[in-house]
Ligand binder design. Structure first.
Ligand code: SF4
Length: 297
């Protein structure tokens, strides 16, 4: 750890606001209405003054970072002053990028080595808006994705799997391939059991054993069309074995934990493990024996 940054980690991030213009049913960090933007901006400037230049990746996260408006452009300019070669990962719902001029200014400030992670909750606008807790979220996010793509920004499309969308994962895969073929990759993500996903669990929570077959079909559709695809936050023992090559060790170092039954598991080193922050473990964890060959080296 050096001046608030861990140069050996890819989990360094600037937290820029707790506010959000969505109100997602499974949000792990429910939004606040307190105006914290300027105070956090000044705090992040101080952090950047001491940022080690060898940092490989720096995240910008919230809340919704684009609620900073021009302050986000200013912040990215500051990052580039201190960290010209660091990759910047912005996590955003993409809605504010419906303004093509804003997408242009953010992309110009960031330059090379800039990518944006954007969630999409469904191929059907009413489902997306219901999950995002906000009307017009779908159309604004789709416009935003097109504007970012026209700026040449790398996009990671994120699908958080939940009870309201898992049955349409294969249709979503087709939608993505046909309508958003410019995304750099697609990540299907298991939910963290914290925040609104606990409060709204009767609506939104789903176990991997319920959605595994739909997830498998969606992953195989995208892979067969040559779209890079990944699975985050779902332990290997809860995935079909032919999906293991897509699974990543995705949980941040500081949040990862393993269950007692993982002690003797032969794939523990390749498995993403579990969220230490989750209120409950997934159902069906099962220690594996001698199956390392299913995992991409
Ligand atoms: S038993 Fe534990 S280490 Fe093994 S695959 Fe399952 S969660 Fe991962």
């Amino acid at each position: 750890m050096k001046n608030g940054f861990d140069i050996d980690s890819n989990d360094n991030a600037l937290f820029v606001t707790e506010q959000c213009n969505n109100n997602c049913l499974m949000c792990c960090q429910p939004p606040s209405t307190v105006d914290d933007i300027e105070a956090l901006y000044q705090k992040n400037l101080q952090l950047l003054n001491n940022a080690p230049e060898e940092l490989k990746v720096l995240g910008i996260t919230g809340g919704e970072p684009t609620l900073l408006g021009e302050r986000l452009v200013d912040l990215i300019v500051e990052i580039r002053k201190h960290l010209p070669n660091t990759a910047i990962q912005l996590l955003s719902n993409g809605r504010k990028f419906k303004d093509a001029d804003y997408a242009h200014r953010v992309a110009q400030a960031a330059g090379e080595e800039f990518f944006v992670g954007v969630p999409i909750h469904s191929d059907y606008l009413k489902d997306h808006d219901a999950i995002a807790g906000s009307k017009h979220a779908f159309e604004e996010t789709i416009y935003g994705l097109y504007n970012l793509a026209s700026e040449g920004v790398e996009i990671e499309l994120r699908v958080v799997i939940n009870a309201m969308n898992y049955k349409r994962l294969p249709q979503m895969a087709e939608f993505i391939f046909k309508n958003l073929p410019f995304v750099s990759w697609v990540a299907f993500m298991g939910m963290e059991r914290i925040g609104y996903s606990v409060k709204n669990q009767s609506l939104i929570w789903s176990e991997p054993y319920e959605y595994a077959s739909y997830l498998r079909e969606a992953v195989m559709i995208l892979d067969s069309w040559g779209v890079p695809v990944a699975i985050y936050n779902i332990p290997l023992c809860l995935l079909p074995k032919d999906c293991w090559i897509f699974a990543k060790r995705s949980i941040s170092d500081w949040k990862i934990k393993y269950s007692k039954i993982c002690d003797d598991c032969s794939v523990k080193k390749k498995c993403c493990g579990l969220f230490s922050t989750s209120a409950k473990e997934y159902i069906g964890l099962k220690s594996q024996v001698g199956v390392m060959d299913k995992i991409r080296p």
